[in-house]
Ligand binder design. Structure first.
Ligand SMILES: [Zn+2]
Length: 88
């Protein structure tokens, strides 16, 4: 497991419309801030502070459930390390 913790049974499969990165995240939302070209929201900000305006470039492609999580995690990890994933 590379993107999500061992034993994750549900996660989102995302593709960034900005940089083209594909990744998994345990958060399942229609859009996410891309971890590669976007900034994570600073959780230390108080409720009265202005929220940083990070673009949510990553779009949910698919919700992965059960053994799909491990399969896609392995596929994406392979893609990053230069493996052949034409068998997707
Ligand atoms: Zn991106």
């Amino acid at each position: 497991m590379y993107y999500v913790p061992e034993g994750t049974d549900k996660c989102g499969y995302y593709e960034c419309s900005c940089c083209g990165s594909r990744f998994l995240d345990v958060r399942v939302y229609p859009t996410l801030v891309c971890p590669y070209c976007g900034e994570e929201t600073d959780m230390e900000l108080g409720p009265d502070d202005e929220m940083p305006d990070a673009p949510e470039n990553a779009k949910l492609i698919k919700t992965l459930i059960g053994e799909e999580v491990e399969k896609y995690d392995a596929l994406l990890s392979l893609a990053i390390t230069g493996g052949d994933f034409s068998w997707i």
